[in-house]
Design a protein around this ligand. Structure first.
Ligand code: BG6
Ligand code: MG
Length: 214
């Protein structure tokens, strides 16, 4: 039986993916780098430093030092932190509160499994800090998604075996992480993008809990 649901944050609980896009776009415009929505899609679920590396690859730039990359990633983060100040409970994705409530009613635990170091600030602004039985964020483990480490860390802290966990993700890296952790992977997006997922729903509000819990 399922005992724990682990939710990704950006793109699952709230659409901060848009703020990540805006922050990267501003940085890239500043540095004369190419950036667009297609590249941004590749950054879903990917850590901050890996994200700047993907942007460099896209720009065919291999002459930027690691120190400079860290500086640029830090600049992006300063912009991102400004943007998430505007997040309010109105920014919760449609249907997510209902899912939280239904899981609570079934005594299924709820955890956060986000790669973001800003996760705690975002959930505070969303007003949902109290909902989580455990929070795993960008500070929890060294190896980021697609490594299973974060989800395994979350499950271990709640003393629940991976086979009893469900992960909800909008990123390919996140579904890969869930599957290598031995958990059920629920993807939010298009079916053809998530071959490895156990269930795929277009939007959070389309999730069929009975189907997952069967
Ligand atoms: C993930 C986002 O949740 O967190 C990525 O999908 C982001 O786009 C990553 O790069 C790291 O976030 P942060 O806030 O630590 O830069
Ligand atoms: Mg995400």
């Amino acid at each position: 039986d399922i005992e724990l649901f682990i939710f990704d944050l950006d793109g699952v609980i709230t659409d901060t993916a848009e703020y990540h896009y805006l922050a990267w776009k501003e940085l890239c415009d500043d540095k004369g780098l190419l950036f667009n929505r297609e590249v941004n899609e590749k950054l879903r679920g990917v850590s901050r430093l890996d994200s700047i590396k993907i942007i460099m690859e896209y720009n065919k730039k291999d002459d930027v030092s690691e120190i400079e990359l860290i500086e640029w990633a830090t600049e992006k983060n300063e912009r991102y932190k400004q943007l998430i100040q505007k997040v309010t409970p109105n920014d919760l994705i449609e249907g997510i509160t209902e899912i939280f409530n239904r899981l609570k009613n079934k005594n299924i635990k709820i955890a956060l499994g986000s790669a973001s170091k800003n996760a705690k600030a975002v959930i505070k602004n969303l007003g949902i800090e109290e909902i989580f039985d455990f929070i795993g964020d960008g500070y929890s483990v060294d190896k980021s998604k697609p490594a299973p480490d974060l989800f395994l860390y979350v499950a271990k802290n709640l003393n629940i075996s991976p086979g009893k966990c469900v992960v909800v993700e909008d990123a390919l890296a996140g579904i890969e992480a869930a599957k290598s952790a031995g958990m059920l992977g629920v993807a939010i997006g298009k079916k053809e993008d998530f071959k490895k997922a156990d269930f795929v729903y277009n939007k959070i509000k389309d999730i069929n809990l009975d189907e997952i819990l069967k």
